[in-house]
Design a protein around this ligand. Structure first.
Ligand code: NAG
Ligand code: NAG
Ligand code: NAG
Ligand code: NAG
Ligand code: NAG
Ligand code: NAG
Ligand code: NAG
Length: 584
């Protein structure tokens, strides 16, 4: 304690004082139960503010007019249930299981509802919102929004992994996996199509969407392996690599920030990017920059540019030091409800910084690069690029100031939260008064994840971000290989073939995704349902594809081809299909 006070004294020369940490402690402890109760009130069938919502349906807000948010969004619901599932699986609240099972059923039902984006097999999974009785919303809207299936599968995968750890593979294989697989197949087939962004305004490609799709396919592939559904693994891995490659293109090296959308005609500075960092945080990946981890140089440089873009435009930020926390919103050009700070954006900045601090603490050092130097100089103007061990005064100074900066965003949140603790969507840029939808479920979820990160960010589960490499050339994935473009479909090949021990069935054929007739790199089928061998591949849509099965014996380089002619299929325009063959 005394030591800290000395540090505080030294730091007051370069930045804000440390008065707020105890205030923030108090706010977190009073607001946490209010946020939890606010979140649960908005979930059917028995939430106190969600009457009329079916079991497991999350309403976005009870506000029915100006704005009318009495709908269920796949994105919001999935982010909300990720919080519920994490609280359940961590043991923080073991009473939530029934609600989680309601969510699983509700979302599985929504997947089947034909809507303006399509039917289950023709793009309906990209529909962003539904009525709270589970029926389709048929009004005009920004659709499709392709982050929904990714966030939903990420939430369900977290539950699936807990169930597997607890010996309940039956429920995972029979109930969760079919739902998860539909979402992952949708991502695999459609990630390279344009999408509306998470704010439902810009139709292009969007950093948040690309990043959460990447995460979902990585952990989906790992789950598939864990439960023996190996036929999908190579297809998901291929598209995950394509997504990781595409993800790099959002970085703007000149501006030193992440451009949120490829279209839209704005600066690209956007809470989209900070939300991405926290929702794809993987403590095992350290400060990895290719997945834009919270402590990566790119994500920190971006955080500063994003935060600074609000300093001069909101009246409530005037007079605040240039390195202190301020109110932040979705993006500086925002004009919705007059363009205001958002509660969920404000706590997201804090959460990214808490995640970063946790990783530095666990690795015992932090690294300043030329890219992140502007961020760090805000806290210690003399700092230079280099790695600082936790035993150095530079490390101590920087991490103390960054913790204080992070707490500053919680203090801003606290300042503009009314005394009953209710969290709306926005607070007014000049008066700080809450505005737009009241009791926004996502605002409550965002407060809870930030508070959890503040107390123990390292409890976040890993999803496989560590040790990845970016492919040398980016592929659109339409042909599963290089250079293709356009829509793709999922094709499952089943072939009946009896084999002897050590002999396996492979497939090769006329497109990149089938290895262009190469027997050396032909794709192995899964014998889980022997004598049926299976594999699911992403193939170009509306294309004639020729293929053959081959036999290879372990340890031998010779192959046995099926007899002529080549097999031939015309792939559908969208969705998925299954081919049933017998070895010839
Ligand atoms: C799961 O089953 C294994 C083998 O029967 C047992 O050792 C383990 O304790 C079980 N775990 C749980 C969480 O029930
Ligand atoms: C597995 O989990 C499901 C979902 O919570 C539950 O309904 C089922 O009873 C569980 N099965 C076992 C054997 O525990
Ligand atoms: C499709 O992927 C290619 C290769 O990464 C990329 O250049 C293109 O912008 C992507 N298009 C969409 C709509 O995602
Ligand atoms: C979104 O953009 C794509 C590609 O430019 C276009 O084909 C599609 O019609 C657009 N959707 C809407 C609703 O404007
Ligand atoms: C943080 O989370 C980890 C993993 O869940 C747990 O082992 C540890 O006890 C937690 N620490 C604190 C201080 O809560
Ligand atoms: C099968 O396709 C390959 C590659 O295009 C071709 O060389 C071969 O002649 C075809 N086989 C038959 C019987 O048409
Ligand atoms: C292939 O078999 C599956 C499972 O038995 C079946 O659902 C599907 O309709 C079959 N497809 C064709 C094209 O016969």
């Amino acid at each position: 304690m005394r030591f800290l006070q000395v540090v505080v004294g030294a730091l007051s020369l370069v930045g804000p004082t440390f008065a707020q940490s105890s205030t923030v402690d108090g706010y977190v402890s009073t607001e946490s139960p209010i946020a939890k109760a606010g979140l649960l009130a908005n979930i059917g069938p028995s939430g106190s503010k969600s009457s009329g919502a079916k079991a497991g349906i999350v309403i976005a807000s009870p506000s029915a007019t100006s704005p009318n948010y009495l709908f269920t969004w796949v994105r919001d619901s999935s982010l909300v249930f990720k919080v519920v599932i994490d609280q359940f699986t961590s043991g923080a609240d073991t009473s939530l299981r029934g609600l989680i099972d309601f969510f699983v059923t509700a979302e599985a039902n929504l997947q089947q509802v034909t809507n303006p984006s399509g039917s289950l097999t023709t793009g309906g999974l990209g529909e962003p919102k539904f009525n709270i009785d589970g029926s389709a919303f048929t009004g005009a809207w920004g659709r499709p929004q392709r982050d929904g299936p990714a966030l939903r599968s990420t939430s369900m995968i977290a539950y699936a992994n807990w169930l597997l750890d607890n010996n309940n593979s039956t429920f995972v294989t029979n109930t969760l996996w079919p739902t998860i697989k539909l979402d992952l197949d949708y991502i695999s087939s459609n990630w390279n199509q344009s999408t509306f962004d998470l704010w439902e305004e810009v139709n292009s490609s969007s950093f948040f969407t690309t990043a959460v799709q990447h995460r979902a396919l990585r952990e989906g592939s790992a789950l598939a392996t864990r439960i023996g559904q190996t036929s999908v693994v190579s297809g998901y891995d291929t598209q995950a690599n394509n997504l990781l490659c595409f993800l790099q293109s959002y970085w703007n090296p000149t501006g030193g920030y992440i451009t949120a959308n490829t279209g839209g005609g704005r600066s690209g500075r956007d809470a989209n990017t900070v939300l991405t960092s926290i929702h794809t945080f993987d403590p095992a990946a350290g400060c990895d920059a290719i997945t834009f981890q919270p402590c990566s140089d790119k994500a920190l440089a971006n955080l500063k540019v994003y935060v600074d873009s609000f300093r001069s435009i909101y009246g409530i930020n005037s007079g605040i030091a240039s390195n202190a926390a301020v109110a932040v919103g979705r993006y500086p050009e925002d004009s919705y409800f007059g363009g205001n700070p958002w509660y969920l954006a404000t706590v997201a900045v804090a959460e990214q910084l808490y995640d970063a601090l946790a990783v530095w603490a666990s690795q015992g050092s932090l690294t300043v690069t030329d890219t992140s130097l502007p961020f760090f100089k805000g806290f210690l103007s003399s700092v230079t690029s280099g790695t600082y061990a936790s035993t150095t005064s530079t490390y101590t100074t920087l991490t103390a100031a960054i913790k204080n900066f992070a707490d500053g965003f919680i203090a801003v949140h606290a300042k503009y939260t009314p005394s009953n603790g209710g969290l709306s969507e926005q607070y007014d840029r000049n008066s700080g008064t809450p505005t737009s939808a009241v009791d926004l479920t996502w605002s409550y979820a965002a407060a809870l994840t930030a508070f959890t990160a503040r107390s123990n960010a390292t409890s976040t589960k890993s999803w496989g971000a560590s040790g990845l490499t970016v492919p040398a050339t980016c592929s659109s994935g339409g042909s599963g290989g290089s250079g293709g473009s356009g829509p793709s479909v999922q094709v499952t090949f089943n072939v009946q073939a009896t084999t002897f021990l050590g002999e396996n069935i492979y497939i090769t054929g006329s497109v990149d995704a089938l290895q262009n007739w190469n027997t050396g790199t032909a794709l192995k089928l899964d014998p889980a349902n022997y004598p049926t061998w299976s594999i699911t591949l992403t193939l170009p849509a509306s294309t004639n594809v020729q293929y053959k099965y081959i036999r290879k014996v372990d340890g031998s380089s010779s192959v046995t081809w099926e007899s002529d002619p080549n097999n031939s299929i015309n792939t559908p325009a969208s969705g998925s299909t299954t081919i049933n063959d017998s070895w010839r």
